[in-house]
Design a protein around this ligand. Structure first.
Ligand SMILES: Nc1ncnc2c1ncn2[C@@H]1O[C@H](COP(=O)(O)OP(=O)(O)O)[C@@H](O)[C@H]1O
Ligand SMILES: [Mg+2]
Length: 289
């Protein structure tokens, strides 16, 4: 007689699904304590020098969003390779193409307007997990690429206007924006835009002024300056949450191989099964093509 349970022979073990309404693990603080952020109702801005670890943070968030059963991903990555591994998990993956970027942002704006109309009709102010609508997580790696590098001046201005609208209004509609910039300057991140991001992460900066542009005015003078971060301490940042004090963190870094593994698994759990969706039924997002 054997007491060993037979090894499962069918199916793939599926872990409990994550939710975008769950706290997202992003790393540890200076005491080694875990640091979480809740993105469902807040946007996040990551700023700092190239090589500081901004894309690392975006990938950490992308991993949670990809594994969250109630999230859709919209990725804008002018460099293609920073978020490229998540393409199969994403509803839209935009490379260095301003026309495609504008199209996807206009579409998101329409989805957001529809959601607000729906909320209003129900006498509500914000989406909750119980609504069954997915959180559409929008990740933009390098705002300046779309707002100052590619496209005509008019297109760049439209990009900024659409992004600002999404950042300003998207959060209660379940459309949080996570954006990175290596150019924390007033022309790329005006104060009025910066303040719309509930979470801001300042990776290594070269001047107290650029650190202040990310974290908020006056923090460098109070001793919270991302100029303190050593260039060799990649992934270290000051993270501030709306109304709080900057906290020194070290982002949990995912290697390319780890991302590839998670993205593969996430794409698998997101695969269309063709069983639960009746043919011809468009999802909310697809309906606004
Ligand atoms: N949290 C981290 N822990 C350890 N190393 C990191 C971390 N984040 C980034 N790095 C290292 O720094 C390099 C640059 O990081 P990246 O996220 O691409 O910077 P940025 O997007 O700010 O230019 C990565 O290739 C990696 O080697
Ligand atoms: Mg980067």
């Amino acid at each position: 007689m054997t007491t060993t349970a037979p090894a499962p022979t069918s199916g793939v073990p599926v872990g409990p699904g994550l939710s975008m309404f769950d706290p997202i693990f992003v790393g540890i603080d200076e005491f080694g304590q875990p640091v979480y952020i809740t993105l469902a109702y807040r946007n996040l801005l990551a700023g700092g020098e190239p090589g500081g670890g901004k894309s690392g943070l975006l990938n950490c968030i992308a991993a949670h969003a990809a594994l969250a059963v109630d999230s859709r991903l919209v990725l804008l990555d002018g460099k293609l390779v920073e978020l490229g591994q998540w393409e199969d998990c994403a509803d839209a993956f935009i490379g260095p193409d301003i026309t495609a970027a504008l199209t996807v942002l206009r579409r998101l704006q329409q989805v957001m307007n529809n959601r607000y109309a729906w909320l209003r009709a129900h006498g509500r102010r914000k989406l909750t997990a119980a609504d069954g609508l997915s959180v559409i997580t929008v990740l933009v790696d390098e705002i300046a690429f779309f707002s100052a590098t590619v496209g005509s001046k008019q297109e760049q201005e439209e990009f900024v206007a659409l992004l600002r609208d999404l950042v300003a209004r998207g959060r209660a509609a379940g459309i949080p924006v996570v954006a990175a910039t290596q150019r924390p300057s007033f022309d790329i991140i005006p104060t009025s835009l910066r303040d719309l991001f509930g979470y801001r992460a300042a990776f290594r900066c070269t001047t107290p002024n650029s650190s202040n542009i990310v974290l908020g005015h006056g923090w460098a003078e109070q001793g919270y300056s991302a100029t303190d971060i050593s260039p060799s301490n990649q992934g270290a940042a000051y993270l501030i949450a709306e109304g709080g004090v900057p906290r020194r963190i070290k982002v949990a870094y995912l290697s390319d191989a780890q991302i590839s593994g998670i993205a593969d698994y996430a794409a698998w759990i997101r695969r269309p099964t063709g069983l639960s969706v009746p043919a011809g039924t468009a999802t909310e997002w697809e309906a606004v093509a």
